[in-house]
Every structure is written in C-alpha cells, then in structure tokens.
Design a protein around this ligand. Sequence first.
Ligand SMILES: NC(=O)c1ccc[n+]([C@@H]2O[C@H](COP(=O)([O-])OP(=O)(O)OC[C@H]3O[C@@H](n4cnc5c(N)ncnc54)[C@H](OP(=O)(O)O)[C@@H]3O)[C@@H](O)[C@H]2O)c1
Length: 323
Amino acid sequence: MKRVKLGRTGFDVSVMGMGAGGPSQIGKKQGKTPEHSAAILLEAFEAGVNFVDTAEGYGTEHLVGLALKDFPRDQVVISTKKSSRGSSAEEVVPSLEESLKRLGTDYIDVYSLHGVYDYDYDRCKDELFPEVVKLQQAGKIRSIGITEMFNADKSHDMLHRALDDNLWDVAMVGFNILNQSARDKVLSKAIEHDVGIQVMFAVRKALSDMEFLAETVAALIDEGHVDAADIDDPEHPLGFLVHDDGAVSLPDAAYRFCNYEPGTHVILSGTGNPDHLKQNIASLGRGPLPDADVERLKKIFRKVDSITGQGEWGGDPGPEKKA
Ligand SMILES: NC(=O)c1ccc[n+]([C@@H]2O[C@H](COP(=O)([O-])OP(=O)(O)OC[C@H]3O[C@@H](n4cnc5c(N)ncnc54)[C@H](OP(=O)(O)O)[C@@H]3O)[C@@H](O)[C@H]2O)c1
C-alpha cells in the first residue's frame, strides 16, 4: 500500500484509510458483531492500511479500540472527531477524554471538528478551536482538523473559506467522480497551505449501485448539469471506464479517481464486507485510470456541484439553506 505525507502534519499515511462511519460503520450498521468489525480493521492494518477515521458521533471508537488491542498503537494514525453543531467550548475536553477511553489510547493523531456547517463555522472557529489548541498544547492530540457537512454543503462553502484561515492541519472533503467541485474550491487551497486531505464519499451508493447511478445521471441531465450528448449509454453511463487497460469495476474506478487527484492524501473507504475490503485494498494499490478516461469524467461532470452520490438525505440542511 502506497504511503504519502499527510500535508503539514508530516504523518506517513497509507493512501487508503478505513472509514468507521458512513453507511457501513465497518459493519455495525448491518448488525455485525464488534469482533467482526475489529477483524475488518485488523485485516486492513495487516495489508498496510495505517489510517482509520472514526468519531464520537458514530459510536465506533470502541471498535477501533478493540482492534488496537491486537495491533501496535504507534503503527496506526487515528483520526477522530468532536461533534461540532450544538457543542459548547466546555464540552471539548470531556469529549476528548471519553474518545481516548473508548479508543484505548492516550493521544489522537488527527482531532477534527466534525461536520461543520457553513453558517456555524465562525462560532466553531471562535469558541471550539481555541479549546482544541489547548488539547494540542497538552500533548493529547497531534494535529487539528475540520470536516465539512457534505450533505448540506455540496459545493464546499465552509471549507472554501476555512482553508483561508490557515488554522487547520487536515480537512475532510466530499469528492467523487460525480461531484468534482472540491478540485477548485478546496483542493487547490489545500495544496497552497499544505493541508492534509481526507476524501469521503468516493463510492457511496451512486458508484456501487448501477441502477441508482443511471437514475442519478438521468436527473443531472434533466436539470441541465450534464449534457445528454456526453453519455453514450444511459443505462450504464460510466460503463466506458471498465476495460482491459482501465478500471476493473466502478468502485475500483471511483477509488482510483480520487487517489490520483492532486491534493488528496487519504481516500476513506467504508465497508463492513470482507470481500469489498479486499477489492478496495487492491484498487487503492493500482495505478491511475487512463488519462483519456479521467479527462472524459472531468468533461462530463464539470458543472456538477449539487449532489453527493448518496441520494436523498433526511438531515437538517441548516438555517441558511432552508427555503
Ligand atoms: N462529515 C464527515 O466528517 C463525514 C461524513 C461522512 C463520512 N465520513 C467518513 O468518511 C468515511 C468513508 O465514507 P463513505 O461512506 O463516504 O465511504 P465510501 O467508501 O465512499 O462508501 C461506502 C459505501 O460503499 C459501499 N462499498 C464500499 N466498497 C465497495 C465495493 N468494493 N463494492 C461495492 N460497494 C462498496 C459500502 O457498502 P459495504 O459495507 O457493503 O461494502 C458503503 O455502503 C466514513 O466511514 C467516515 O469515516 C465523514
């Protein structure tokens, strides 16, 4: 598994990171046992993955802690997150202490404010960030991150301005074949400020469910975000990616597309399925997609900044996004 520097943190990280949230939560959401989830993580660690992302809000920190009973702590880069919305400055220290207990460690490598809405960014920066800095000064966390609320902020307004503040060592952004808007709005700034980037939503539903992909692309055409003339086969709009010199499957294409995008470092993969884990480890060990395929993807989806690839989301869009 290839390793890269996670921006200015200097951490040597695998290009694949295990995501302990999302639709799988390493199997927890499908009712798998803690031992199953820990075994998934251990298999990834044994294969050279050294990065795992979790959060107090996922209820999976203890699963990472369970896996780390059987793997050296200092060989894994742990990213976890403090819920941001509705959290006060007084909650930061107790939250971190609870995370440390669940993870069974005495330090966190990347500690991020989780799912920061654009409307809430200034409060998070003014009230929560100073508390996180104190944790860093106390040696409890090694670097400070921020993650966006992609479902509510599909065109990255929050990260677009947050990166100008140059306070954040690491950021997590939604980026995938269908919505590449982070390239100009976030990744270019991350490169400028040497910010470590974790990518989420590389695959999700649209790149793993072909019927849903076809519906999604059809809707983008109807809304004028994709030109119908750019799609050869509406039933398999991305079928052209799978060929002898190209991707072996659409999830394979999805992870490789993100991995070779300039400015990205760790591509998070969320799975509780041992077969998918093996496939994803192989995908993130492969080279880039052919240039012609990448250029075609850039052209097809150049106007899209309105979807995540997951479909309908029942969460709260936040006050500024309400009608
Ligand atoms: N705001 C935030 O901070 C935030 C928000 C969302 C996510 N995250 C983080 O990002 C991580 C990754 O998120 P993500 O869910 O977007 O990851 P993802 O890897 O893009 O998508 C995961 C989904 O794809 C499926 N999948 C994975 N590999 C597959 C394969 N080879 N073939 C078919 N289906 C496959 C999984 O189902 P199976 O289990 O069946 O494989 C799951 O439903 C999360 O775990 C979390 O740590 C952070």
